[in-house]
Design a protein around this ligand. Structure first.
Ligand code: FAD
Length: 391
């Protein structure tokens, strides 16, 4: 029979992979329950009232004919039988499976932060209603209010994302509510593009953003949603608006089907993305342990293309290739001020290793025209990547 690949998850990773697999002649069943996809990249602009959520919302379309889209939640993967059971009980057989379910939030891993608490103290780490809730809370907050953000330890979706969000929230406050304040409580001391962020904060938001790291004792250990309060070991912070970004794990099907390990993420053989725990299952995007590649949409897209090539080769008994991948992450300090980090990664036995000397971050002393260009590149990148994934 002609080989059959099931792809679970139609986000940046899964939708891209399904297209590339189909283009090389493989029959693909793409499983995702949602008619529409709301993208996280650029969603921090929505929170800062600088963009509409419609600009984040896509109706995946234009798949090649040999992609069958199934609007169902996949419920269980039986790797031994090479079968996926869907929510409605239908069972799909596969020769190879691509698993791309993104993340789930680890509810209650941070004491007091459960689905109820998220209605009062949004995470906004999956784009959609949560994004709008945080935006609306900021709009309703009086001038002079206090916004508190809680940022988790590594690994989590989008390493620079919390700091872009802090920047754009500060931009909103500076523009609309200048007597207000943003306190960022971080469970770590070092973060992505740190010196560029902190330099820009000093320049533009000096009395607005107060960042505290792990060694300042700033790790949030408990949430009190009734009092809108975040607790660290020694302190408590009452917020007018609280944004709690909780610890995360691979999408729950990876956990219940035992494809994730004890860390909550899915170990892979770097070059092929094939699981180290079960055969014929490839994991891409945020759910995979593809260290040192970050959990980004850029990385998800790059991994998807390579994974499609490797799966196609393996299905026809060809050796997999050894191919390097690139990641670039743009962040906005304000709508006209972009910064970026880029790296080239090589697959080794156990990791995606950054290539020494190949990457870098934006220059420390760049003119405003350069920052503007990087902000423009960020928008061009978003347009390209969403077109590739969602048509
Ligand atoms: P997702 O895009 O989350 O897709 C997963 C899909 O799987 C979803 O459609 C879901 O419905 C589906 N699914 C889950 N479980 C099942 C199941 N059991 N059955 C069927 N379907 C299922 N990245 C960048 O590169 N640049 C940025 O500027 C950037 N900014 C960001 C800003 C914020 C605020 C955040 C939160 C993230 C940002 N990211 C950015 C990160 C980016 O959003 C993620 O890395 C990316 O979405 C990962 O893609 P994915 O396909 O792995 O997961």
């Amino acid at each position: 029979h002609s080989p059959n690949v099931v792809v679970i998850g139609g986000g940046f990773a899964g939708a891209t992979c399904a297209r590339v697999l189909a283009e090389s002649g493989v029959n693909v069943v793409l499983v995702d329950p949602s008619e529409q996809y709301v993208a996280c990249p650029m969603s921090n602009l929505v929170i800062a009232s600088l963009r509409n959520i419609e600009a984040q919302t896509f109706q995946p379309q234009g798949f090649p004919e040999n992609v069958t889209v199934v609007r169902q939640m996949a419920q269980y993967i039986d790797a031994e039988q090479q079968q996926v059971t869907l929510e409605d009980g239908v069972v799909l057989n596969y020769d190879r499976l691509v698993l791309a379910p993104g993340i789930d939030l680890r509810w209650s891993a941070l004491e007091g932060y459960d689905t109820e608490a998220a209605k009062r103290m949004p995470h906004a780490w999956k784009a959609g209603p949560q994004t709008l809730l945080l935006r609306d809370q900021l709009r309703a907050m009086p001038n002079g209010g206090t916004v508190v953000m809680s940022v988790p330890a590594n690994p989590y979706r989008c390493p620079p994302g919390p700091y872009e969000r802090a920047s754009l929230i500060a931009h909103y406050l500076k523009t609309h509510k200048p007597r207000s304040k943003l306190i960022v409580l971080d469970a770590k001391d070092r973060f992505s593009k740190q010196s560029l962020f902190q330099r820009a904060w000093k320049e533009q938001y000096s009395n607005l953003i107060e960042w505290q790291g792990l060694s300042d004792g700033a790790q949030v250990v408990r949430i009190d949603a009734k009092r809108n309060t975040l607790h660290t070991d020694f302190d408590e912070f009452r917020a007018d608006v609280a944004n709690v970004i909780p610890p995360q794990q691979a999408g729950s099907i990876a956990i219940t089907s035992d494809i994730a390990d004890a860390s909550g993420w899915c170990p892979i053989q770097p070059a092929t993305f094939e699981s180290t725990r079960v055969p014929n299952v490839h994991i891409i995007g945020d759910a995979a342990i593809a260290n040192a590649m970050p959990k980004s949409a850029f990385a998800a897209n790059a991994q998807a293309k390579l994974c499609a090539i490797q799966v196609t080769r393996l299905l026809s008994d060809q050796d997999p290739l050894s191919v390097p991948l690139i990641n670039t992450c743009y962040s906005l300090i304000n709508p006209n001020y972009g910064i970026s980090v880029a790296d080239v990664y090589q697959p080794t036995q156990s990791a995606w290793s950054p290539t020494p000397g190949a990457g870098g971050v934006s220059a420390t002393n760049a003119p405003a025209s350069h920052r503007q260009k990087e902000a423009d590149y960020a928008h061009h990148w978003f347009k390209t990547i969403t077109q590739e994934a969602f048509g």
